[in-house]
Design a protein around this ligand. Structure first.
Ligand SMILES: NC(=O)C1=CN([C@@H]2O[C@H](COP(=O)(O)OP(=O)(O)OC[C@H]3O[C@@H](n4cnc5c(N)ncnc54)[C@H](O)[C@@H]3O)[C@@H](O)[C@H]2O)C=CC1
Ligand SMILES: CC(C)CC(=O)C(=O)O
Ligand SMILES: [Mg+2]
Length: 356
């Protein structure tokens, strides 16, 4: 029996997570997997019931499960709270930290039927399959921060970008291993021309390289990487980078695949892994059956593969997603002429039909 903590969270999280759970149930029925879903409250629902966006009960539930399936957090209502109680800072980041999830895998795969949905030329995106490996528990989001009033009465705010050698080494080793298992090309992205933390990052990557002679390591400044991703994405196999750069570059890279709603993720490193789409709670489309559930459904496939070793089920989900797209079904974010427009629930249903 595999225990999965299910945290839908806010906004479209409440619509996409049920679709991913239903897909997992369909796979479980077909392949006789034993999956147990245990619902937990996070963010708005948790705050209403317990007065905190990440109550101890939810953290315990996650710790005592094999994997966590998360939708997204963040809502206009929670935006009214003081910063230290906002779910991005008080729930999402602590959950990642508490579970030791230092490695965030964000695969950018362009499905052939979606080549037309990309903003780039078809020849630039065809066959694109990039793994962005984002460090997830260090850097700016976790370093000391403060606000202070200056003598002249103005205010100043500080966020600190801190990385230690062991933190870089562990994500670095994972990146080298991932590149070795793929096409052997690793680009380490930093800003070593100006940031001290990036200099340490680069030195550490260079020091690790001889242990992985099969991997071709190169370095790129983050500003150039942002440009190269839209100029010639085919040059990339694995990208490894620190937390903030990875956050931004992966949202950008999602458009190669046609939409942010196509980018799944797996956060690994601890005993319990967490799976979530790369996007947020999208309050602008929440509650309207408009959200693309495929990033969450593909995250569920990653869960079967990485947490449970259920490769057959993972592939069945991925094949069903490819088939649905091939058959012309599109949520609004992916919609192009001649395709069949569907909502969140219908998209989930179409995936399930192709698995069962
Ligand atoms: N992991 C998490 O829980 C994350 C939470 N957030 C939070 O989410 C809230 C909204 O943030 P935004 O900057 O608007 O980022 P967002 O990722 O929620 O949305 C950005 C844009 O992409 C669209 N989009 C996102 N996911 C989509 C999907 N599945 N299907 C179709 N369209 C989709 C949205 O409609 C919006 O126009 C904020 O409170 C933010 O802090 C943001 C990113 C990650
Ligand atoms: C609160 C943010 C760090 C969430 C986010 O944008 C992400 O993890 O991609
Ligand atoms: Mg982000």
């Amino acid at each position: 029996m595999h225990q999965i903590a299910v945290l839908a969270g806010d906004g479209i999280g409440r619509e996409i997570v049920p679709e991913a759970v239903a897909v997992l149930e369909t796979v479980a029925a077909k392949y006789h997997y034993s999956l147990e879903f245990r619902t937990g409250l996070v963010s708005e629902d948790a705050y209403e019931k317990y007065g905190h966006p990440l109550p101890p009960a939810t953290l315990e539930l996650c710790r005592n499960s094999e994997a966590v399936l998360l939708g997204a957090v963040g809502s206009p209502k929670m935006d009214q709270l003081p910063p230290e109680l906002r779910p991005e800072r008080a729930a999402l980041l602590p959950l990642r930290k508490e579970l030791g999830l230092f490695a965030n895998l964000r695969p950018v795969k362009v499905y052939d039927p979606l080549i037309g949905a990309s903003t780039l030329k078809p020849e630039a995106v065809q066959g694109i399959n990039i793994l962005i490996l984002r460090e997830l528990t260090g850097g700016l989001y976790f370093g000391p921060k403060k606000r202070e009033r200056l003598a002249d009465g103005s205010e100043q705010a500080l966020d600190t970008l801190v990385y230690s050698t062991p933190e870089i080494e562990r994500i670095g080793r994972l990146a080298f291993s991932a590149a070795r298992a793929r096409r052997g090309k690793l680009v380490s992205v930093d800003k070593a021309n100006v940031l001290e933390s990036s200099r340490l990052w680069r030195e550490t990557m260079v020091r690790l390289a001889p242990e992985y002679p099969e991997v071709d390591l190169s370095h790129m400044y983050v500003d150039n990487c942002a440009m190269q991703l839209v100029r010639w994405p085919g040059q990339f196999d694995v990208i490894v980078t620190e937390n903030t750069f990875g956050d931004i570059l992966s949202d950008q890279a999602s458009m190669l695949a046609g939409s942010l709603g196509m980018l799944p993720s797996a956060s690994l490193g601890g005993k319990v892994a967490l799976y979530e789409p790369s996007h947020g709670s999208a309050p602008d489309i929440a509650g309207k059956d408009l959200a693309n559930p495929l990033a969450t459904i593909l995250s569920a496939a990653m869960m079967l593969r990485h947490s449970f070793g259920l490769e057959e089920g993972a592939r069945a989900i991925e094949a069903a997603v490819a088939q649905v797209l091939d058959d012309g079904f599109r949520t609004p974010d992916l919609m192009t002429e001649g395709m069949t427009r569907v909502g969140t629930q219908a998209m989930g249903r179409e995936v399930r039909i192709r698995i069962a």
